[in-house]
Design a protein around this ligand. Structure first.
Ligand SMILES: C[S@@+](CC[C@H](N)C(=O)[O-])C[C@H]1O[C@@H](n2cnc3c(N)ncnc32)[C@H](O)[C@@H]1O
Length: 221
């Protein structure tokens, strides 16, 4: 990853440790030549900077547009709200009293020169998923970490991963002492249990599963 983009990813507000960001970047380099990536959970664009840098490199190497879609309502997850552990008052819009990370995200992506490669979709993940019809070469789920949002993200998005494509999941903790369990219980375990995915990589709390049976759009068991 170019040093300047890496420095911007490191400096961005967010929840992506550097080793996991580097793994996402490598995954983007491997998958983006085959089709688009989609991230659920943009926040301020930290992980999107790692993926967007990969899209820029793939576009330069292949001459074809490589893109990363990133979905977020930009109002924050439960754990980002006032009084919770991951609250940041600097991303609250004082006029409406709600979180708004969209402006910070746009500035981060513009500064990095990645606006042609990182495409924001602003809205509820479940609503966008209900209308989505395109095969995905890479799906990265890092949205709401509660039970219902994690379940909805799995059910709404995972079947769009194409054969050979990858599903990456953030904050997968088998041991509840390490962190919340919904990404493990509602995304990671059901993906493996569906028989459509096989684990290929683990870095920190990031798990990467490859679609080893079925095709994009086929329902998962
Ligand atoms: C853990 S943060 C994402 C962190 C980001 N990937 C990074 O690298 O810093 C989760 C994000 O998911 C978004 N989110 C939570 N539930 C959502 C939903 N149902 N629809 C859309 N976005 C959602 C929140 O607004 C929040 O920005």
């Amino acid at each position: 990853m170019p040093a300047e983009l890496l420095a911007q990813a490191q400096a961005a507000k967010g929840f992506m440790p550097e080793d996991e960001g580097a793994a996402l970047h490598r995954l983007g380099l491997a998958r983006l030549p085959h089709g688009p990536a989609l991230e659920v959970g943009t926040y301020c664009g930290k992980s999107a900077l790692y993926l967007g840098a990969a899209a820029q490199a793939v576009s330069a190497a292949t001459g074809r547009d490589a893109v990363v879609f990133t979905v977020d309502h930009h109002r924050g997850s439960e754990e980002n709200q006032a009084g919770w552990e991951h609250h940041d008052p600097s991303v609250v819009d004082p006029e409406i009293g709600l979180m708004d990370t969209l402006g910070v995200f746009r500035k981060n992506i513009a500064r990095a020169g990645l606006e042609d490669h990182v495409i924001a979709i602003v809205g509820q993940s479940q609503t966008v998923a209900a209308h989505w019809r395109a095969p995905l070469s890479l799906l990265f789920i890092d949205g709401g970490h509660g039970e219902q949002p994690a379940r909805d993200d799995f059910q709404g998005w995972a079947h769009w991963v194409e054969a050979g494509g990858c599903l990456a999941i953030h904050d997968v903790f088998e041991d509840p002492a390490e962190g919340g369990r919904p990404p493990y219980e509602q995304i990671y375990l059901p993906a493996l249990a569906s028989g459509a995915f096989t684990e290929v990589e683990a870095v920190g709390s990031l798990r990467v599963l490859q679609r080893t049976s079925g095709a994009a759009g086929d329902p998962l068991a």
